[in-house]
Design a binder for this molecule. Sequence first.
Ligand SMILES: [Zn+2]
Length: 285
Amino acid sequence: MSLTMLQNFLLLHPALSAVCAGAIGACVGSFINVCIYRIPQGISIVTPASRCACGKPIPFWFNIPLFGWLMLRGRADCCGAKISLRYPLIELITALFYAAAWLLLPPAKASVACVLLPLLILLAGCDLDDMMVPDAPNFALVGTGLFFSILLPSIHGETSHNIEVINRIHAATDSLIGIAVGTALVWWIRTIGTVLAGREAMGEADIILCAGIGAYCGWQGAAFCLFGGSVIGVITALPGMILSKIKGEEYTGVVPFVPSLATAGTIWFFRGPELVMAWHQWVNS
Ligand SMILES: [Zn+2]
């Protein structure tokens, strides 16, 4: 079967291809789990093959994304140790995102999503796990964002010029401005917030992440990532804040900001232009 035939087949059977995209996503999610566990500890993500916490190697059929965990019903086969729900959850989330990207986005943007989404899930997972956000995948976000902007200018909507190089230059400019705006916005908010709060508000990881969203989505994406992410962060922290207020205790929880920023960035990547249109309609109504 030639590549064009495969392409046509996939376009004619969207449900079937969404299931395929989801299956690939589940496998990527399984790899993200390995990365979340190993990268902060400085262990290689390639070798050794996956092992149980007790040291015994895990047979490959128990490593099949989602099904492995279901077959084991959340307990290791070798020693009965509990396997965190986090593993199947990350596989499921990645699978759903891959299927959604295939169904909702144009082909160029959907293929870019296959790189952007795993990086965001990885960074969010590391932050939720132990508040340690590794630099390498974060900088990879900025680098790949710029790279894909030049390779596929249509992800920035730059398709109008009939000379392809001009579209690429425009998209690269959108991306670079996005990086600059993302960096500057978070840096300023962090500086002012730190002065006002008397303790470090936001971390360097937040700056790089917003710059990365800017690289993929332009300056509007970077701005939405920061402000939308702040709203999401506050909403997720609210139940804890209210609960400690009721109990009369001081709120000591820390809001993991990276997952909130990553969520806002993902929303913008999927539906940014539509959000701008809805905003204009709302303002002008
Ligand atoms: Zn074991």
